[in-house]
Ligand binder design. Structure first.
Ligand code: GAL
Length: 651
């Protein structure tokens, strides 16, 4: 995860906006830039979809308008984050190379007419992406207005990491040959004797889609690793060019929410700052939240959605530099239901990013576009140029950031370990509906946050020094580095189900799970349909149970004798799916063992501690009093916190 930061962390978080000068008459740009500065914005992200305007004809560049746009923004005092436009290859390019198009899982080519229609493995497209990146870097690499580069836009958005094209097939075979060397090794590793799946050469191996019933899970896992590596490679091409041709500028990419299709730890290795796009209301409506939560938090977003990703993406680079490159400003256009945020939420989301250490929050977008796909997506301005509600909230957030002033970094407390291949393994072979490592991580994170704890979400090779408690919610393949770090770790460790349950090639380990991470053997697993539960005292085993042979102590036992949590030394093993009530029980005890003070936060209230301040955020629709045991001198807001309110206490 090593990434050197070219510039030191600025003292105050900056605010910015995503802007599309090509969508508006040039006469409007000066006033746009002036108003951006007027409300306290200092950064503007442009360019990421502008290929057809930058290069209207093959090889004929039209830089003049972009020169003037960048100059106009620069003259107003705005630093530009320039996007490479490779998410939107223009029509002439696609027509000149039709096989660059990605193919979906059902074998259908994806058409031109929206975005992200390219296949990551297509060599010709990679060359074109490199060419346009080089042309932009040549033009603007040393321009004083350019403070950063964003590569492409949201790798994988619209289900585009995996492509089942001829280009992907050829590249996958080469990848397999490189990884396994000998096809006999692959046959053994995948267990291809099963159902006569044995191959005589790498060239006989197809992509894992369109099989009659499920393909071999080892085949899928290899394909997902391959597809992830293709994203890494694609990104690298641009990063190498930008680094060489535009020294001193940070390179970033905007990751998405609840998205695990590629290994973000791997992609982040080449970035200076990790970016992500925060749409709390869209995510609440689109992802696996209960109907109750979807209603309760419809205008606020679930209180842990944004924070979870802040802490996940901060952990992706050693430098810890991360940005919110797109912040929801109002209703979006892409979820099934798109309500407006409660008054104050845009400001709350902004200040929450600050509390988690963001260097930048950039609103998406400046002005709502009255045309094309996203015409119902709000901006800071309405299509008629009048302020939308988020305009004043962004301005308020800018004043708040200045009023809060510099802060010290957060103190280390809980390390939560997550790996992307854990999510691939649990979704390739879930064994029970909806059981995935990502959601195990989210639920553990949420339980810890409800106790008022700070959590760092770390990759499995991260050092654990300085942490007091370590939680590994679900890690089917346990890397040796993690084992070594856990051996050195003296604080309590909570290990979740399915950990150590697979080899790197998707087989049950010979000595049975969970292996060296916990002294036990899992001899049987069951998934449980909703309602099939083993009740305990104030908690229950739901969804998943593992039966263990072990000398460890049974620590939490359900009324019928089913053991939900085992303990050996400083390690606990959760044998049941980490549901909220069970998690709360186990994590509170582990936190007590670690000597960490927890608080009982009222529903909807969340806090975040930095070294110098405590932030409180009210995600509910009612006024909430901040509990007395959260002390400090108020520098913002009140202890009686109104709905969508933020309070900041100085320690
Ligand atoms: C993001 C994307 C933006 C815009 C936005 C709308 O996923 O990066 O270009 O489409 O969503 O919410």
């Amino acid at each position: 995860m090593i990434s050197e930061s070219p510039s030191p962390k600025p003292l105050l978080m900056q605010l910015g906006v995503c802007y599309y000068p090509e969508h508006w008459p040039e006469a409007q740009w000066i006033d746009d830039a002036r108003r951006m500065r007027e409300i306290g914005l200092t950064r503007v992200r442009i360019g990421e979809f502008a290929w057809s305007r930058i290069e209207p004809e093959p090889g004929q560049y039209a830089w003049d308008w972009l020169d003037r746009a960048i100059e106009t923004l620069h003259a107003a005092g705005l630093g530009t984050i320039l996007g490479t436009p490779t998410a939107t290859p223009p029509k002439w390019l696609v027509d000149s190379m039709p096989d660059m198009i990605a193919v979906d899982r059902d074998g259908r080519p994806r058409r031109f007419g929206s975005r992200r229609h390219y296949c990551f493995s297509h060599i010709g497209y990679r060359r074109q992406a490199a060419r346009i990146t080089r042309a932009m870097a040549e033009r603007y690499g040393h321009h004083p207005a350019i403070v950063a580069w964003q590569t492409d836009n949201e790798y994988g958005c619209h289900d585009t990491v995996q492509s089942f094209s001829p280009a992907a097939l050829a590249a996958f075979r080469a990848w397999l040959a490189e990884h396994y060397g000998d096809v006999a090794v692959l046959n053994r590793a995948w267990g291809n004797v099963f159902w006569s799946q044995e191959y005589r050469s790498f060239d006989e191996i197809d992509l894992p889609n369109l099989t009659v019933t499920e393909a071999n899970p080892a085949h899928w896992l290899a394909f997902r690793r391959f597809a992830s590596d293709e994203v890494v490679r694609f990104n690298h091409i641009q990063v190498d060019i930008l680094r060489a041709m535009s020294p001193g500028r940070a390179i970033t990419h905007n990751f998405m929410g609840f998205f695990t299709e590629f290994d973000h730890h791997d992609v982040a290795q080449s970035l200076d700052a990790v970016g992500w796009d925060s749409y709390p209301l869209g995510f609440l409506d689109s992802f696996r939240f209960s109907e109750d939560d979807k209603l309760r938090y419809a205008r606020q977003g679930h209180p842990d959605i944004a924070a979870f990703h802040h802490d996940l993406y901060r952990g992706c680079t050693r430098s810890g530099r991360w940005w919110v490159l797109e912040q929801q400003p109002g209703p979006v256009n892409w979820a099934r239901h798109n309500p407006a945020p409660l008054d104050g939420m845009v400001r709350l989301w902004t200040l929450e990013a600050l509390a988690h250490g963001a260097e930048l929050v950039s609103y998406f977008r400046w002005r709502q576009a009255p045309f094309a796909q996203e015409q119902l997506h709000a901006g800071l301005l309405r299509p008629d140029n009048a302020p939308a509600p988020a305009y004043a909230e962004a301005a308020q957030a800018a004043r708040d950031i200045a009023a809060i002033g510099p802060m010290s970094d957060a103190v280390k407390s809980v390390a939560l370990i997550f790996s992307y291949d854990s999510d691939w393994i649990t979704t390739i072979q879930p064994q029970g509906a909806g059981l995935s490592a990502l959601w195990a991580a989210f639920d553990a994170y949420s339980a810890l946050r409800q106790m008022g704890l700070n959590v760092d979400i770390l990759p499995p090779d991260a050092p654990l020094e300085g942490y007091k408690l370590c939680v590994v919610p679900c890690m089917p393949v346990v890397p040796d580095k993690l084992l070594a770090h856990l051996d050195d770790f003296k604080g309590p460790v909570v290990i979740g189900p399915r950990s150590g349950s697979r080899t790197a090639d998707f087989a049950i380990p010979e000595t049975l799970p969970p292996g060296p991470i916990f002294p036990a053997r899992v001899v049987r697993v069951e998934s449980l349909r909703p309602g099939l539960i083993h009740p305990g005292q104030g908690w229950a085993v739901r969804r998943w149970i593992e039966h263990l042979e072990t000398d460890a102590a049974a620590e939490l036992v359900a009324d019928d004798g089913t053991v939900a949590c085992w303990r050996s030394g400083n390690r606990r093993y959760l044998a049941a799916w980490p549901d909220q009530d069970l998690l709360a029980m186990v994590l509170r005890t582990a936190a007590r063992d670690a000597g960490i003070k927890t608080v009982h936060l009222p529903a909807g209230l969340r806090i975040r501690r930095t070294g110098s301040h405590v932030f409180a955020f009210n995600y509910s629709t009612e006024t909430i009093a901040i509990p007395d045991d959260i002390g400090g001198k108020l520098v913002l807001g009140q202890r009686e916190l109104a709905a969508a309110g933020v309070a900041v206490l100085k320690l």
